[in-house]
Design a protein around this ligand. Structure first.
Ligand code: CA
Length: 224
């Protein structure tokens, strides 16, 4: 059964973007665009995790958090904050939030936090992702090809994690850019080619078979 996630966010565009990404990952998603409907949804739909914006019309994020905790709710709460609210993050954590992300954040980062919190609440271990002889550990951020340890930069790791979590699925360049670099990434989209090249050099350093394939004019796929 898929996990149910409630998004409480008044920036409609951002809320919709997160909703689509989460649905794509197989989560059941409910969205509320203000504080009152947010807290009502949290009580009615009993979600497995809540993504909660800090500043909301009606009731603020930290206040929602406090009210839920006061009624005994232990649901994992990930707060979203704008940059200038960061100094207040202690307030959010004091109010009972489990985690917070500063906007703008990459969707991959949000997905990673969601997985971590859901895993913690159900206690299952899905840290290791494997594709043929390639192994990636999400919690230690280590990558092995057979017995060979592969050192990756943070971005290379994020890109590989995204590819390996969607094996044999063609991922478009736009999707990769959005997911790994963030929905508001303004740089050169050739960055994907550059990072794929780095990854291939490292993954194939001992002459191993290619695992990241180019789908011309579309994107990339993890396939033998
Ligand atoms: Ca807001």
């Amino acid at each position: 059964m898929s996990s149910r996630i409630l998004i409480v966010e008044d920036e409609v565009k951002l809320a919709h973007f997160i909703e689509l990404e989460l649905k794509y990952e197989g989560y059941e998603v409910t969205v509320a665009n203000d504080g009152f409907s947010g807290i009502a949804s949290a009580r009615e739909s009993n979600p497995d995790l809540i993504i909660l914006d800090w500043m909301l019309p009606g009731i603020s994020g930290p206040e929602i958090c406090r009210r839920l905790r006061n009624t005994g709710s232990k649901v994992p709460i990930v707060m979203l904050t704008a940059k200038d609210e960061v100094s207040d993050r202690v307030t959010g954590l004091d109010a009972g939030a489990d985690d917070y992300l500063v906007k703008p954040f990459s969707i991959e980062e949000l997905l990673a936090r969601i997985r971590a919190h859901l895993r913690r609440s159900v206690g299952e271990d899905t840290d290791i992702l494997q594709f043929t002889d390639l192994r990636l550990n999400r919690s230690t951020r280590e990558v092995y090809r057979g017995d060979r340890f592969i050192e990756l930069t943070a971005k290379e790791f994020d890109l590989l994690e995204y590819l390996i979590s969607h094996p044999r699925q063609v991922l478009t360049r736009d999707r990769i850019l959005e997911t790994v670099w963030g929905y508001d990434f303004m740089g050169d989209s050739n960055i994907i080619e550059v990072y794929i090249r780095y990854l291939r050099l490292k993954l194939e350093a001992d002459g191993e078979k290619r695992l990241i394939q180019t789908v011309r004019g579309v994107g990339y796929v993890m396939r033998e």
